[in-house]
Structures are given as structure tokens and as C-alpha cells.
Design a protein around this ligand. Structure first.
Ligand code: 26W
Length: 835
């Protein structure tokens, strides 16, 4: 398993320096045939599209290899500073179309496949998503990698190679049913196993203090149960620039010694069981967003990632720099994607002290000059904490280091605020209580030189609220980095018709410099351009309608307003407010209140955490309302409702180009940023949204006339909390009353009595944290303005064009440039191409 020892060296230039492979049609065809026939063993009787896909994936992958090698050696040989993005999640989606786009072979490959009688699109569609993430945080990591490669920044991603990604969601009788996502079943042509870089990660055992022969005090971690981390590398091509960066994903494997002891003692079955226990670590992605329930396996995953990745970086450093660490901190930077990998702080301390023999102060100087932490949530329940006893059992040496970090930190707090024991208790990394807890966010803040939020409002609220004490102590650490999305996948790849139209008018420079797309703003009043824009949108709506027909068996009419909300199902995101509006529209139709009506197709999609009962009930409510509305002949084309099962990256690639109205309804102050909102905007959808997260910045960019704002501000939400009286709101609002009556009388659950009582009670509770009732009126009024605007096609198309035109800020190229200029300070590394 570990091939570290035996080495031979290759001096043959013909092996180490190969010319780049041809991108011409005949060569693509030749290589494709080779893979199909010789590597995959297929012939003229083959029918499975999987093999056709795989042969093409291997053909395209070959074209990345030379560039990949050049990039890697370029970084090592130039001794440049490198960045590492540590994340438990990378929601990559499909790779083939993206790779072809970025190396610029889509058209030639299409031609080559055409000559073989194959439709390229069919092969692209055969790829399964790499769904190694829950939602926004995981997809952000994927977009970041694309932008780092495009900006030619030496950044490597580190994550876990989960055997099972995000569960597949089926809807049975209107309810969510989870199915395992065995995405690796047919192999993954994009990964390359690198057993020679395997690392060993320790768990359990205890620490032993000892003296070296030279008399120095040292600690070693002994009696541990070890797990191997085997890396699998995935190429990350930049956009037409020769750079190919690396995403390194770790798979857990048992050590030989791990099961041998038991095996020798005669326990064959037990030995295999132990092996499973080791391999369980990378078995499955935890499907919870926003709350964690203290599972040991999750902490194992977190430490496994942090430890394997840091050992990997340090091993490379020691090899290249012969063990000299004086430049380590100026040449390395670790960005922590939320607190999930924050064990990296004590783990780097451990490696530097226990493995490299450094003193505390020197190790700490390095650690807190190389770590940077990004926060992604304001919900207090989403802040990770681990019971101290559990932590100490699993990671005794790491806890020991955390306690020392905390002791020194508390001394600093005490000297800054002498006698303020309240503050010391508040800020301690260890929360007191019946069972003390390790507060991972505080650990990350104390160990990092930079702490950032992901949108302006979010960063401001962090400094004033959740992390207030820390902001007072270290204001210089805090900063904002507004999120973005990559325009390669989220316009160029997913919306080819729009891309062609835009490029025809302003050239294709916008793909690598999205600010340029603002030049189409000047065409917003050009009738010919508007007409063509409208036609593109209509054709994308037909594509989306076909998806809805196939997945939900609901007929969406492309002439209607396509009103879409897709994201994780969570109370704070308020899918509930959306469905209350749908019920209100239904009620109006039934009452005959339809003067000047705008036909509407409402699409809602997203996964609920398997243990989140309320979120699952909201899915059931949406399904039931859809059933009643769609089956009512009196409603007809005026209103259609569908719940789209199994929302994913690939689904979004069809959804956002075909959307007219983007629903961003979170309770103000709760959504850190949102990134779906940006994908919709780029593709010419108009937003209806609260003043929350990045919505605020979207509205600023596009102008208030081109954005439908509604709802309380985050300050108003906080202020009225104490006098919140939803029942009074309901009784003073006829429309809301009618909606609540329909719910209460069981109109949507005729044969499922009482089913939606928890939802009714939540809306009516004065303690409803999401204040759904408070924003109902303002939401319905804003929707009325939307409906009116949509009737004026010229006006709507103009708004749509301006949304795309003003989306330049929301490219991750801008986000990553900000990270680089203000946190990482990496030098772009051009790669020599084409000799
Ligand atoms: C179970 C551990 C856990 C805890 C929190 C897993 C996942 C989370 C997050 C809340 C995940 C997440 O996706 N957060 C989102 O991050 C996006 C990228 O910054 C933001 O745009 C979203 O507003 C935020 O909800």
C-alpha cells in the first residue's frame, strides 16, 4: 500500500519531457478509439453510454497531464509562496464539460464525436456529479479552485474523498426519502491515486513526555490507533492559460499493523472489522448543514483531513528546504473553510513541536501567521462545539495543545481587561458547563491572523455580534470577502446561447474578466438586442420546462413567469413564506380575483437534512399544495407548482438560465451571503429578496429599480422580537387570514389530519425566530409588483439584461483577487505553454 521506500530515477528526457498532445480532430478521434477499444475493451456491440463517456474523459484528461505536471514543477522550482484551501466539502459537479471549456476544445471535440456518429451532449450527460458537499460552502470551494487556476495562483485544495457524497433525494408521496450516492461505482476517470504520498494519522492513545538525548523536553503521541490517508489528485484546469492546479482528496485506509495484531490473535473477523472502522472515516459526507450533533465520526473526519494535509505540506517543505523552517510562514498560507478543518491550528503546533522539535513560541509564531479562517454562518446553533471528554479520548495530544493555547490566550485577555472574569469566561476556547465543550470557532480565531465573513452585512454582524469580544481585542484580524461564483461554469458553460449573444456584441473577454459584461448595459434599450435576449431566455425556459416535465410530471408553460427557489431547505431560508404566497395566489384564483393576472410557474427544490423534521414537513407541504393546485381545472395555466427532487449542481446548470424570478427570502440577518442568488443574476433573472447577505450588494450593483426588495431589515427583526405578535398580524391581514384558514381547515391534507399543525403553530408562535408572518404582507405586495412588471415584456427584458450586465462583482475571480491581495499575498505564476 505504501510505496515510499523503493525509488528508481528516470534520466531519460524522452520520458520526462513529452510534447503537449494535439487538440486536432483526427488525433482526438484516434485517442478516443484507443481508449474505447484497448483500455475499456469495448467493440461495435457496446451500447452503454458510460463507456463512450469514459473514453472521452480519458482523451480529454490526457490533454491536461502535461500542463498539470508543468504547473506542479513550476511551483516547486520557483520556491513561490503557496496557498492551501482546507475544506470538508468540495461540490464539484461534473468535470468533462468544464475541462473542455477551460482548455478550449469543446468545438473540436464536438466535431470529432460527430464524425464518430456520437452526440457530445449525450456523453456529457452520462457523467455523475461529484457531490462532495452540502450546499453553498461546498460549491464556493469548487468555484474558488476554478478562479485560483484561472488567475494562475499556486493554490491547492485539500479535502476528503468520500465514498458516498450528498444523498440522492427521492420524493415518495410528497415526502423526502434519502438514497445513498455511490458516485464512484463506475470509477472516476478524473482522479489519480498517489499512494507514494500516503500519510499516517493518529487517533486515541495518550501523550508521553520525555527528554531527548540532548536533554530537551518533548512530547510524543503513543499507543495510538493509526489510519492511513491515501491521496487522490484531481486536476483543476484554469481558463485557457496552461495552468492546471490540484485538488488532493484523502481516502482512509487501514494500516497493516492495524489489523495484524488481531489477525494473529486468531480474530480474523475482528481484524477485518477494525479495517472497516479505519475506512469508515472517508465513507460518507455528513448531510447536515447548519447544525452538528457531536458525532465522533465527524470529528475523526475533521482531524483526518487537517492532519493528513498539514503533514503533506510539511513533508514537501522539509524535502525542498532541508528542514529549515525560517521561511515557512512567509511561504505558506492555509485558508480554513469554516471551522470544520480548524483542528489544523493545534495539529500544525503538534507537527512543528513533536515531529520537528520546535519550541512553543516559535511554533506558535508560525501557526498564527499561516492560518486564516472564513466564517459562513451567523446561526449560533451552527457553531461547532465538541464535548471535551470525547475530544480528549479521540485526540489526547491535540486537546493537550488546545488547553495550552487557551491558557496562554486567557492570560492575554486578562492582561487586556484585568479582572473581567465575565469576559474571560465568554471568550474561553473551553465553554464551561456540566460537560465542558471545545468551541471550534474561537480556536480558529485565536489561531488565525485573518477572520473573514462572506458578505458585507455578514462580516459587520460578526464583528458586532457573534465575535464582538474578539473584534474588540483584535480588530485588525477581521475583514470581509464577499462571495462569488465562477462565470465559466455559471454562464459560459451552462448558458451557451446567452454566451454566444454576449460574445457577439462585446467579444469573449468577459469570461475571464466579468466586469467587461457591463458593456451590454448599453444595449438594454436596443430593441433588436432585447428581442434576441428574450428569445434566448425563452429557449432556456423550454429546457427547464422539459426538466420539470420529466422530473415532476408538471407542465410549465414557457410564456408564464418562471418563479424559482432552489437551495437547502431550512426554516431561515423561508421556503414557507414562498408557499404561503402560492396558497394566496391559489385563493385569489378560487375567489375569481384575477383581473390583470400574470401566469406563474413556481419551482421549489432542495434537500432537507435527514434529521430535520420541520424542513421535511415543509417539503411535504409544498408537494401537497402542488398536487391540489395542479389538479384544479379552475386554476389551469394561471398557476403551476412543482417540487423538483434531488436538486444538485447539474440541475442548477439547467435551472438558472431558465429562471425569470429568483427567490431570496431569508430572514434578514440570517443568510451569511447566498451564492445561488448570484448564479440567477448572471443568467438574467430578477431577484425578489430581503436585505440579507449578498442580496444587499446585488441590489446595490443592479440598482433598486431592477430588484424587488421586501421585508424587515436585520435591525427591525431584532427590535420587534420582543413585541412580536403573529396572531395580531394575521387578524389584521385578510389575505393572510384566508391562507391560514385554508391551512387550518386541512384543505391541503384532507386525508392526513393534523399533518401540518407544527407548521401552523410555528407561524403563529410569538417566538418564531424567522418571523414569517411579519414579512408576509410586504412579500405579497412585492410579488404583485413583480407580476405587473412581467406583463410589460420590454421592461422585464431590460431588467433582465441589466441584471446580467451588473453581475461583474460576483465573479469569484474578484473574490479570489481580494483574498489574494489582502490575505494570501501569492504571486501569479504564468505557465510556459505550447513549446
Ligand atoms: C454540520 C456542519 C456544517 C455546519 C454548517 C455544515 C455546513 C454548514 C454551513 C452552514 C454550510 C453552508 O453552506 N453555509 C453557506 O455558505 C455559503 C458560502 O459562503 C453562504 O453563501 C451561505 O449563506 C451559507 O449558508
Amino acid at each position: 500500500m505504501v510505496h515510499k521506500k523503493k525509488r528508481i530515477s528516470i534520466n531519460s528526457p524522452s520520458l520526462s519531457e513529452l510534447p503537449p498532445l494535439s487538440l486536432e480532430v483526427p488525433d482526438l478521434i484516434n485517442d478516443y478509439r484507443h481508449y474505447f477499444t484497448y483500455t475499456l475493451g469495448q467493440n461495435k456491440y457496446s451500447h452503454s453510454v458510460k463507456y463512450f463517456y469514459k473514453a472521452l474523459a480519458l482523451t480529454v484528461r490526457d490533454r491536461l497531464m502535461e500542463r498539470w505536471k508543468k504547473t506542479r514543477y513550476g511551483y516547486i522550482e520557483s520556491h513561490c509562496k503557496q496557498g492551501y484551501y482546507l475544506s470538508l466539502e468540495f461540490l464539484m459537479g461534473r468535470a468533462l464539460g468544464n475541462a473542455m471549456l477551460n482548455i478550449g476544445v469543446t468545438d473540436t471535440v464536438e466535431e470529432a464525436m460527430h464524425e464518430l456518429g456520437i452526440k457530445l451532449e449525450d456523453l456529457v450527460e452520462a457523467e455523475v456529479d461529484a457531490g462532495l458537499g452540502n450546499g453553498g460552502l461546498g460549491r464556493l470551494a469548487a468555484c474558488f479552485l476554478d478562479s485560483c487556476a484561472t488567475l494562475q495562483l499556486p493554490v491547492m485544495g485539500y479535502g476528503i474523498r468520500y465514498e458516498y457524497g450528498m444523498f440522492r433525494q427521492c420524493i415518495v408521496d410528497g415526502r423526502q426519502v434519502e438514497e445513498p450516492d455511490h458516485w464512484l461505482r463506475d470509477g472516476n476517470p478524473w482522479e489519480q491515486e498517489r499512494p507514494e504520498f500516503t500519510q499516517r494519522v493518529r487517533f486515541e492513545g495518550y501523550s508521553e513526555h520525555y527528554r531527548t538525548e540532548g536533554g530537551e523536553q518533548r512530547v510524543r503521541w503513543v499507543g495510538s490507533r493509526d489510519v492511513l490517508a491515501v491521496p487522490y489528485d484531481i486536476p483543476i484546469p484554469g481558463y485557457r492559460n496552461g495552468t492546471v492546479n490540484t485538488l488532493r482528496l484523502w481516502k482512509a485506509a487501514a494500516t497493516d499493523a492495524f489489523d495484524l495484531g488481531e489477525f494473529n490473535a486468531g480474530g480474523y473477523a475482528e481484524s477485518v472489522a477494525t479495517k472497516n472502522e479505519a475506512e469508515n472515516i472517508s465513507m460518507v459526507l455528513y448531510p447536515n448543514d447548519a447544525s452538528e450533533n457531536g458525532k465522533v465520526l465527524r470529528l475523526r473526519q475533521q482531524y483526518f483531513l487537517a492532519s493528513a494535509s498539514l503533514q503533506d505540506v510539511v513533508e514537501r517543505w522539509v524535502m525542498v528546504n532541508k528542514g529549515n523552517f525560517s521561511d515557512f510562514a512567509v511561504n505558506n498560507c492555509f485558508q480554513l473553510n469554516d471551522t470544520h478543518p480548524s483542528c489544523a491550528v493545534p495539529e500544525l503546533m503538534r507537527i512543528l513541536m513533536d515531529d520537528q522539535g520546535m519550541e512553543w513560541d516559535q511554533a506558535w509564531g508560525i501557526t498564527c501567521r499561516t492560518m486564516a479562517y472564513t466564517n459562513h454562518t451567523l446561526l449560533p446553533e451552527a457553531l461547532e462545539k465538541w464535548p471535551l471528554p470525547l475530544f480528549g479520548q479521540l485526540l489526547p495530544r491535540i486537546l493537550e495543545i488546545i488547553l495550552e493555547i487557551n491558557a496562554r490566550f486567557i492570560a492575554e485577555v486578562s492582561s487586556h481587561w484585568p479582572g473581567d472574569t465575565d469576559r474571560m469566561r465568554r471568550m474561553s476556547i473551553i465553554e464551561e458547563g456540566a460537560v465542558p465543550q471545545v468551541r471550534m470557532a474561537y480556536l480558529a480565531i485565536v489561531g488565525s491572523f485573518s477572520v473573514n465573513g462572506v458578505a458585507a452585512l455578514h462580516s459587520q454582524l460578526l464583528a458586532q455580534g457573534l465575535f464582538r469580544d474578539f473584534h474588540e481585542l483584535w480588530p485588525h484580524k477581521f475583514n470581509n470577502k464577499t462571495n462569488g461564483v465562477t462565470p465559466r461554469r455559471w454562464i459560459a458553460r451552462c448558458n451557451p446561447d446567452l454566451s454566444r449573444l454576449v460574445s457577439e456584441k462585446i467579444g469573449d473577454g468577459w469570461i475571464a474578466d466579468l466586469q467587461q459584461i457591463n458593456r451590454i448595459a448599453g444595449l438594454a434599450d436596443d430593441p433588436e438586442f432585447r428581442q434576441r435576449w428574450h428569445e434566448v431566455k425563452q429557449s432556456n425556459k423550454m429546457r427547464l420546462a422539459a426538466l420539470v416535465q420529466a422530473a415532476c410530471n408538471v407542465a410549465f408553460n414557457p410564456e408564464a413567469l418562471f418563479d424559482v427557489q432552489v437551495k437547502r431547505i431550512h426554516e431561515y431560508k423561508r421556503q414557507l413564506l414562498n408557499i404561503l404566497h402560492v396558497i394566496h395566489l391559489y385563493d385569489r384564483i378560487k375567489r375569481g380575483d384575477t383581473a390583470g393576472w400574470t401566469d406563474r410557474c413556481v419551482l421549489i427544490g432542495g434537500k432537507a437534512a435527514p434529521g430535520y423534521a420541520m424542513a421535511k414537513l415543509i417539503i411535504k407541504l409544498i408537494s401537497n399544495v402542488a398536487q391540489v393546485v395542479n389538479a384544479d381545472p379552475a386554476v389551469g395555466d394561471k398557476l403551476k407548482v412543482a417540487f423538483l427532487p434531488n436538486y444538485s449542481v447539474t440541475a442548477m446548470e439547467v435551472i438558472c438560465p431558465g429562471t425569470d424570478l429568483s427567490e431570496q427570502l431569508s430572514t434578514a440577518g440570517k443568510e451569511a451571503s447566498g451564492t445561488g442568488n448570484m448564479k440567477f443574476m448572471m443568467n438574467g433573472a430578477v431577484t425578489i429578496g430581503t436585505l440579507d447577505g449578498a442580496n444587499i450588494e446585488i441590489r446595490e450593483e443592479v440598482g433598486e429599480d431592477n430588484f424587488f426588495m421586501f421585508g424587515l431589515t436585520s435591525e427591525q427583526v431584532d427590535e420587534q422580537r420582543w413585541q412580536y405578535d403573529p396572531n395580531a398580524i394575521i387578524s389584521h391581514d385578510d389575505d393572510l387570514q384566508k391562507v391560514m384558514n385554508l391551512l387550518r381547515c386541512g384543505h391541503f391534507n384532507l386525508f392526513e389530519g393534523g399533518l401540518f399543525d407544527p407548521i401552523i403553530n410555528a407561524i403563529c408562535s410569538p417566538y418564531d425566530p424567522w418571523v414569517v408572518a411579519a414579512d408576509f404582507r410586504s412579500f405579497v405586495d412585492a410579488q404583485q409588483r413583480v407580476a405587473a412588471a412581467y406583463q410589460d415584456r420590454e421592461r422585464w427584458t431590460r431588467m433582465s439584461i441589466l441584471n446580467t450586465a451588473c453581475s461583474g462583482k460576483f465573479s469569484t475571480d474578484r473574490t479570489i483577487s481580494n483574498y489574494n491581495e489582502e490575505i494570501w499575498h501569492l504571486k501569479p505564476m504564468p505557465i510556459r505553454t505550447g513549446e
